[in-house]
Design a protein around this ligand. Structure first.
Ligand SMILES: *Cc1c(COP(=O)(O)O)cnc(C)c1O
Length: 229
């Protein structure tokens, strides 16, 4: 199946559940994104700042770019003018920098807090109590150029279906708790980004509103080290 066919397949399957498809184009060239775009896809996820900046410059301007990988504070300035959603906020320090750069660009940048749900050491994210502490802090209350629109999580790689389901459920339960405690009146707090190629169906069953699918659409990742063309 071509990239275009896969986009059509996933869009109809996922969007009929009311879930948003984020096509993860990391390590694939701009031409692959263009092909998906021509098939109607507008939301793309990248995990490297440089790669996203390069593609953004070459591709149609109505693409919604989501940053889904670990973000260093000193790189926020490169994506602040255009990024649609930063899914991987894992510290107050980073959030403050996003707020600062958003202000410089006269924008409010939507963000997700990345919550650590996996049973492994390699994944970035906030522990539950760290997320609570962040949301309770006075420093957070002062930020006017960011908006927390939900949570993101990555399940343990190659886990059993049962464990993956438990991890997704933990994120959903946490989301519901945060909604009541911190975002009761904020209708924008509504996104739960969970689910990738291997586990998106389970994620949707557990309440995902946004799935991030890469290899199922674009195939094996082809570029090992991104370089600007
Ligand atoms: C790469 C990546 C994805 C997509 O993974 P696939 O298994 O290729 O679908 C989703 N989310 C994040 C955070 C990623 O880094």
């Amino acid at each position: 199946m071509s990239i275009a066919d896969k986009i059509l397949k996933y869009k109809s399957e996922i969007e009929s559940d009311g879930v948003k498809l984020v096509a993860v184009s990391k390590n694939h060239p701009a031409e692959a994104v263009q092909e998906a775009y021509a098939a109607g896809q507008r939301v793309f996820g990248e995990n490297l700042v440089q790669e996203m900046v390069d593609k953004q410059a070459q591709l149609p301007q109505d693409i919604e770019w989501h940053l889904i990988g670990h973000l260093q504070s000193n790189k926020v300035k490169y994506i602040a003018p255009f990024v649609k959603l930063i899914e991987s906020v894992d510290s107050l320090k980073l959030l403050k920098e996003i707020d600062k750069q958003a202000a410089k660009n006269n924008r409010v940048i939507d963000c997700l807090l990345q919550i650590y749900i996996a049973d492994e050491d390699t994944k970035f994210g906030l522990q539950f109590d760290e997320a609570v502490e962040l949301l309770r802090s006075e420093e957070f209350a002062e930020l006017k150029h960011i908006r927390i629109v939900g949570l993101m999580g990555i399940a343990t790689n190659n886990a059993t279906e049962k464990q993956t389901q438990v991890e997704f459920n933990e994120l959903k339960v946490l989301f519901d708790g945060f909604k009541l405690s911190f975002f009761r009146k904020a209708d924008y707090f509504k996104e739960i980004s969970m689910g990738m190629s291997a586990d998106y169906k389970l994620a949707i069953e557990e309440g995902s509103t946004m799935v991030r699918i890469g290899s199922n659409i674009f195939g094996k990742r082809v570029i090992k080290h991104w370089k600007a063309e």
